[in-house]
Design a protein around this ligand. Structure first.
Ligand SMILES: *[C@@H]1O[C@H](CO)[C@@H](O)[C@H](O)[C@H]1NC(C)=O
Ligand SMILES: *[C@@H]1O[C@H](CO)[C@@H](O)[C@H](O)[C@H]1NC(C)=O
Length: 101
């Protein structure tokens, strides 16, 4: 195999193994579960945030609505817990805010 062919085989593997952290889109609201779909790192980032604001149920993020502040690292801020009013956190779709309903 020529050297150039080796590169074509190896390059996709190198990129596949590199996880690039994705951030939320600034100004949109997100359900916790949707944030985790954006990037797994949001599991811990949302929990840490909820813990900091003294939410005793901080581990349970799926029904919680967050605002994407943006900035470096895709900072998020808690808005409200949809389940507290008997609602469900709904995915608003691509590039749309999520909401409680
Ligand atoms: C979240 O934190 C735990 C404990 O430190 C760690 O094991 C896990 O890999 C983290 N998850 C992500 C997606 O970063
Ligand atoms: C998380 O919240 C959901 C919906 O409110 C609830 O059904 C579930 O039991 C909770 N899980 C934990 C671990 O608290």
């Amino acid at each position: 195999m020529k050297y150039t062919n080796v590169l074509y085989v190896l390059l996709p593997l190198i990129f596949a193994s590199t996880t690039v952290a994705k951030d939320c889109i600034q100004g949109l609201n997100y359900c916790g579960s949707v944030l985790v779909d954006v990037d797994n790192a949001y599991i811990n980032q949302t929990r840490q945030h909820l813990y900091d604001i003294r939410d005793p149920n901080y581990a349970n993020i799926s029904q919680k609505l967050f605002y994407c502040v943006g900035e470096t690292g895709g900072i998020i801020q808690f808005i409200k817990d949809c389940s507290a009013s008997g609602q469900t956190c709904r995915n608003g779709g691509s590039r749309q805010s999520d909401f409680c309903a």
